[in-house]
Design a protein around this ligand. Structure first.
Ligand code: 4AZ
Length: 616
């Protein structure tokens, strides 16, 4: 492992999902996907999770942004090195590059600020009752056991110098003179408890005081019943896939077939706590945690965390007119925890995200309802498939293509030859060869980029980009009736059996010529090597079809789109029509170039900002 990566891993402690320590499920069934584990996913795997606002996704890994890449809006924060930063995002990106620049408080530094965590212990330096001295307070205070879970314990141990976080939490009954303790709430990405939110609490509750056993590695010997986290920590197997980030690097929640207890299953194989469903922030890369939610009612992330409208509280002022979700507490708890002692940096993190540029792709302008049924597919009307283009060579449409934004078209490498660049025309907003209509726009080609590893014999890397010529006085290509399809950045966005749409002007089963654009629904097919032994390359190719083979791509559809819609109805170009044995037979499904595998290649040529809508 390169040192830079090692630093990132320690700092990861990411998006952990706090609260519930539910490991109620007693079934011995293994919920973990073994093959996925070999890929060693952590909270830095942007194929599985979103990066933090101070990170960006490069080659499937979240890496530190440079501070100037952060949005300009936000609150000033002070770090332990005595420097203040204009925004929390900038401080976190500095910290990501230089771990000594940890957060202390919001506002400018005055030189007086000191935050500390310590353990009151009879048992050595790695376990004890947690004591905290907040920046604005003179005395150390204990932490209430009630709001204490492995998420806060991991952050506390990291702060105390244990890079793998906590082995366990311990709530202890102990008599103390004060009736007050501190409730602390962390999200899990924090590197110090100072970044978590503190509210006042009372010791009278039954859970006592927060204690912790930090992970030193010496206390556990791995058994059959333990799960090995990517960071090397061992946790009980039953704590994997329960929505709680016990590992600290989230590796126990990223390769799941199902989720335990009440945690929420993201289709990408990730478990998140049920509190993150309908909380106003998309956590699943596939978006389904914010589907079917009542408008504007965000459930609180916790039952015992209460963010009141304290005057001067940053989150209160943020909430006004920004669309930023207000965090409401549980009414029962409001009596106990009314006073906020530190700022809510999790709310600040969410607010920062709202300043990221939004990419417009994969959403149609209007719905076209009227459709005519035909064999092996349905006829499309203009606007049904606004990303579909035809690549015309002379009088013929030999291939399709997909508009992905700017002046860029994605197609199959086997569709184009650089030597014929002048012969190609890109026809957009077009459906019927025999009845061309007025919306059609015809573009000439400026550049063709064929994948450098395209193999015409095996059809590996059968992908190419076409840059259309733009009007000499225009900065961009203008295609009034076209909408770009989104480019998928992760191979986990869609799964076998998901329904997708293939379209084109290709031949019918009986090799009959087709003059109008047709489309049909197919599903993604797993284990395609069984149909094409030695010819199918899983990472680079995708299979799709129907059980009876009635819908399929065929000669002439090549280069055209296989598109799939996510939970929010956003359309992605999941495949490019590439090859297949015959057409329309169930023994031989259609084979597509798997576009997600080429995200970095595409972004290298068309520019990241044009196709990245997440993890930017
Ligand atoms: C072709 O020749 C072709 N059934 C494209 C797709 C399929 C077969 C052939 C898939 O362009």
């Amino acid at each position: 492992m390169k040192p830079a990566h090692a630093v990132l891993l320690l700092l990861c402690f990411c998006l952990s999902f706090c609260e519930s320590t539910s490991t109620s499920d007693t079934s011995q069934e293994d919920l973990v996907e073994k093959k996925c584990l070999t890929e060693k996913h952590t909270c830095l795997s942007c194929n599985k999770v979103f990066c933090q606002p101070w990170q960006k996704c490069i080659d499937g890994t979240c890496v530190c942004k440079l501070p100037y890449q952060c949005p300009k809006n936000g609150t000033r924060v002070c770090s332990v090195n005595g420097k203040s930063y204009p925004t929390y995002c900038q401080q976190k990106s500095f910290e990501c590059l230089r771990p000594e620049a940890k957060f202390v408080k919001t506002g400018t530094c005055t030189g007086e600020e000191e935050f500390s965590v310590s353990l009151e212990s009879e048992k050595g330096h790695s376990e004890g009752i947690v004591e905290v001295k907040l920046v604005d307070q003179d005395q150390k205070m204990f932490v209430c056991g009630k709001s204490w879970s492995i998420t806060q314990a991991n952050v506390a141990c990291l702060d105390l110098g244990f890079p793998l976080g906590a082995l366990d939490t311990q709530s202890r009954d102990r008599h103390i003179n004060s009736t007050e303790c501190l409730h602390v709430h962390c999200r899990g990405f924090e590197t110090t408890l100072a970044e978590c939110t503190f509210t006042k609490g009372l010791t009278s509750s039954s859970k006592g005081l927060a204690g912790v056993v930090c992970y030193t590695g010496s206390e556990v010997s791995p058994t059959n019943n333990s799960f090995q986290c990517v960071n090397g920590k061992h946790i009980p197997q039953k704590k994997a896939c329960d929505g709680v980030n016990d590992c600290g690097d989230q590796s126990d929640e990223l390769c799941c077939k199902e989720c335990r207890g009440e945690s929420f299953f993201c289709k990408s194989g990730v478990c998140i706590p049920k509190q993150y469903k309908c909380n106003g922030e998309v956590d699943c890369i596939t978006g389904e945690d914010e589907i079917g939610c009542e408008a504007n009612t965000f459930k609180t992330g916790s039952n015992y965390f209460y963010v009141p409208n304290v005057p001067g509280n940053r989150s209160e002022s943020l909430n006004q007119g920004t669309g930023h979700p207000e965090i409401k507490g549980d009414v029962r708890m409001a009596q106990e925890e009314t006073e906020m002692l530190t700022a809510d940096m999790d709310a600040e993190r969410k607010w920062i995200k709202s300043f990221f540029p939004k990419l417009s792709c994969g959403v149609k302008n209007s719905m076209h309802i009227r459709r005519k049924r035909v064999i092996g597919g349905k006829s499309a009307k203009v606007g049904d498939l606004p990303w579909q283009v035809a690549i015309k060579e002379g009088e013929n449409i030999n291939c399709g293509g997909i508009y992905i934004g700017g002046c860029w078209i994605l197609t199959a490498a086997h569709c184009v030859r650089i030597s014929r660049i002048r012969r190609y025309q890109i026809w957009t907003s077009f459906t019927d060869l025999l009845r061309p209509d007025s919306q059609i726009a015809v573009q000439l080609v400026n550049q063709i980029i064929i994948h450098d590893k395209y193999n015409g014999a095996t059809y590996q890397n059968d992908i190419a980009l076409i840059e259309m010529k733009k009007h000499p006085r225009r900065k961009e290509c203008v295609l009034p009736h076209s909408v770009p399809a989104c480019v998928p950045w992760s191979p986990y966005l869609f799964q076998p059996n998901d329904k997708c749409i293939v379209s084109g002007w290709g031949r019918e089963k009986d090799n009959q010529k087709v003059y109008s654009l047709k489309w049909g629904e197919v599903h993604l097919i797993a284990n395609c090597s069984k149909f094409y032994p030695d010819r199918y390359f899983e990472k680079e190719m995708e299979c799709a079809g129907t059980d009876d083979g009635s819908i399929d791509a065929c000669k002439g559809d090549s280069g055209g789109p296989l598109v799939c819609k996510d939970a929010n109805n956003v359309t992605y170009v999941w495949g490019v029509v590439s090859w297949g044995e015959n057409c329309g037979s169930s023994e031989f499904p259609g084979v597509y170039t798997k576009v997600a595998n080429y995200f970095d290649w595409i972004s290298l040529h068309v520019g990241r900002s044009r196709i990245s809508q997440h993890n930017v």
